[in-house]
Design a protein around this ligand. Structure first.
Ligand code: BGC
Length: 672
């Protein structure tokens, strides 16, 4: 190693364990120039360079990437933004954020991936690989159980161990396979102990079981007691803390912290710094980066409803309306925000793009901004313009959604419905025109119950970043078939969601729903939903057949099935493989996602898809045995187009030897 602990004094080693004292919060300690300077920056959807914001790409938000269900695009996502990091001389990206979407009210859901750990983990893993293959480090965050913003610095997530193991840790386990250079701890407490001081989660699980040997960094100002956090192997407190040095030094002098512990963390800091010095080469031109962003944005758009094939737009008189048609929101707010590009120069971008693309087939006109938020003054006159203009249109496309103030870090959403005035605009417009398509520009689930039956089409665009207009126009005009599917359930109403309106009492947040998170909850309670997890329509039609499940190992199976595109449109289909334990001595979800594929299938073509299942696909975490455990018996392998549209089913029987069913020894960790 180029940088050696032997060349540092004790004081320098301790200094390395917090950020550099500087006006900015983004620089690691360099021991007065003995070490190279290393910068970190947010964030998940593009580099946040305060000095030159306009030079950086604003990518689609994580919700959009997750809705692609495309791991190759997740790789491309990281690979593409990494170039901005190289050009701006920033060595570590503070992302991806993979906290489970426990409630649609969480203000940061737009920057998280899913309610399902398997999907979130695989997207994150590939995002990390894409970044790090370009020589830029990542920070897998926020470890763990930070699932809402309310009182995030003080609240304890009170959760049972099985739920932690089955719902809140697996996304990290999968993403860790990509070896992120750093992991960031969460702000909150878990069962009464701060994440930054949590021995069981940080040291025993993350380090010893999952084998994470990179730098464990605090979320910004998340450390309460520096000595205690160092003891559980939190290497780096960020940003610079004026008290960190004294706290560590006095803990060392008192014997609470040993020199070995200081060396271990300082050593990991040196390894990290060394990694940042690798050779880096920009891979994509600015144009290619934009093209990549557009590709991802396009594949993350979800077509939720398409009655009478109202989409793609077919010409005639098309009216676009709603302020977001002119000023689309690119991103939610906070550290993951990449909204600076929503400048006045972007005005009319989306509208003019669609207008140009459809100019030969018909006339596209703008029907007015209508209502944006509830606060808008003169709402009635604004929206009246919209209804009046809608009357004579062949098709109306209304843009609605959440603003940055609705979905952002540091605050949760207060509701999951659109602003009342937007709902009213949809309802009134639908009264004067039968062909209404609603495009939703938001970062998380929306309750559409008030208006869903009155409109023919609904598109959930998410926050698409800088290439919003191109990507959306590609889908609306039919240049490409939609191929996104929901990475979270859209419930009928907030009251139906696993944790409802429950954010706890400020100090404690009880995860009473346990393992029944997301679709696991709606299945368990047999609740209807607006749109299920995994739902998304296409302009093509697919038929599933020939499911075969072949045993390849003691608990390993090869699953194959065929999908035929029975339409005349080339398109991609996301197929999902779920596993159900038919009878169990513990309560288990009706089904759990254990595999997925996104496949491009030409019109008329048929393809065979393959997925592999392993021990963890069938196991639950037994708190009695203290290990992952499979109970002998029948399992169903379910293949579907969504979690509520299962097309194929096969049964298998697992018959493990008696000793494996009744072993009393603590299990060794079993890889996911
Ligand atoms: C956020 C992190 C972010 C950090 C630095 C914190 O408030 O929770 O996600 O990386 O700030 O901006």
């Amino acid at each position: 190693m180029k940088y050696d602990l032997k060349n540092l004094t004790l004081e320098e080693k301790i200094n390395l364990l917090t950020g550099k004292y500087s006006k900015e919060d983004w620089i690691l300690e360099d021991c007065n120039g003995k070490l190279p300077s290393v910068s970190v920056a947010d964030g998940p959807h593009g580099l946040r360079d305060y000095h030159k914001p306009d030079e950086c790409l604003s990518m689609p938000s994580a919700v959009v990437l997750a809705n692609t269900w495309n791991t190759e695009l997740a790789y491309l996502f990281g690979n593409t933004i990494a170039d901005d990091y190289i050009e701006h001389d920033v060595q570590i990206n503070l992302a991806p954020a993979i906290n489970i979407k426990r409630t649609p009210l969480c203000g940061r859901n737009f920057e998280y991936y899913s309610e399902d750990p398997f999907l979130a983990g695989h997207i994150a893993k590939n995002y990390i690989l894409g970044f790090q293959d370009q020589g830029i480090g990542t920070s897998l965050k926020h470890f763990c159980l930070n699932n809402n913003e309310y009182e995030r610095n003080y609240q304890s997530s009170e959760v049972d161990e099985r739920t932690i193991r089955e719902i809140y840790l697996p996304a990290f386990e999968i993403a860790l396979q990509a070896k992120p250079w750093t992991v960031m701890c969460a702000y909150n407490l878990i069962n009464g102990i701060y994440a930054s001081e949590h021995k069981k989660l940080m040291k025993d699980v993350l380090r010893d079981e999952f084998g994470f040997d990179g730098v464990l960094v605090s979320d910004w100002h998340a450390v309460c007691d520096r000595a205690r956090s160092l003891k559980v192997k939190l290497d780096l407190e960020m940003p610079y803390s004026p008290t960190a040095y004294d706290e560590i030094m006095s803990a060392y002098k008192s014997g609470y912290i040993t020199i070995e512990e200081i060396d271990e963390s300082a050593g990991r800091m040196l390894e990290l710094i060394e990694k940042t010095q690798c050779e880096k080469k920009v891979k994509y031109s600015k144009e290619q980066r934009l093209e990549n962003a557009r590709k991802i944005a396009r594949e993350g758009i979800v077509l939720l409803k398409n009655e009478d094939n109202i989409l793609p737009l077919k010409g005639g008189k098309i009216m676009l309306a709603g302020a977001m048609a002119r000023y689309p929101i690119y991103s939610g707010g906070g550290s993951a925000g990449s909204f600076y590009k929503t400048s006045p120069s972007d005005r009319d971008r989306l509208f003019t793009e669609i207008q140009q693309r459809l100019s030969e087939e018909g006339t596209v006109y703008y029907g007015g901004d209508g209502a944006w938020t509830d606060n808008i003054r003169n709402y009635t006159s604004h929206s009246k313009v919209v209804y009046k203009n809608a009357y004579s249109a062949d098709t109306v496309v209304l843009f609605v959604g959440d603003g940055m103030e609705d979905e952002r870090e540091n605050a949760d959403r207060t509701k999951i419905k659109l602003h009342v005035q937007q709902e009213k605009m949809i309802l009134e417009t639908a009264k004067v025109n039968k062909n209404v398509v609603v495009v939703v520009n938001a970062g998380s689930a929306i309750d559409m119950s008030a208006w869903i039956d009155k409109v023919k089409g609904v598109v959930f665009m998410g926050y698409l970043g800088q290439t919003t207009k191109e990507a959306l126009a590609d889908i609306l005009t039919g240049m490409e078939s939609p191929s996104g599917k929901l990475s979270e359930t859209f419930p009928l109403c907030l009251e139906d969601t696993p944790s409802g309106k429950n954010f706890g009492n400020g100090s404690v947040n009880r995860y009473e729903e346990g393992i029944f998170m997301g679709y696991r909850h709606y299945d368990e309670k047999e609740l209807d939903v607006l749109y299920p997890f995994g739902h998304g329509l296409s302009y093509a039609k697919f038929e599933y057949s020939d499911l075969k499940v072949e045993k390849t190992g003691k608990t390993d199976y090869k699953v194959t099935y065929k999908i035929k595109n029975v339409s005349d449109v080339d398109a991609k289909e996301i197929s999902q493989v779920y596993v159900r334990d038919v009878f169990s001595n513990v309560s288990r979800p009706q089904k759990e996602l254990k595999g997925f594929n996104k496949t491009f299938i030409k019109a008329g073509e048929e393809k065979e898809i393959e997925t592999n299942l392993n021990f963890r696909s069938f196991a639950f975490y037994s708190v009695a045995l203290n290990k992952w455990h499979i109970e002998n018996g029948d399992f169903e392998i379910l293949v579907g187009a969504s979690s509520r549209d299962i097309r194929l089913m096969e049964k298998i029987k697992i018959e493990l030897p008696w000793e494996e069913q009744f072993s009393l020894e603590d299990g060794k960790y079993i890889t996911i």
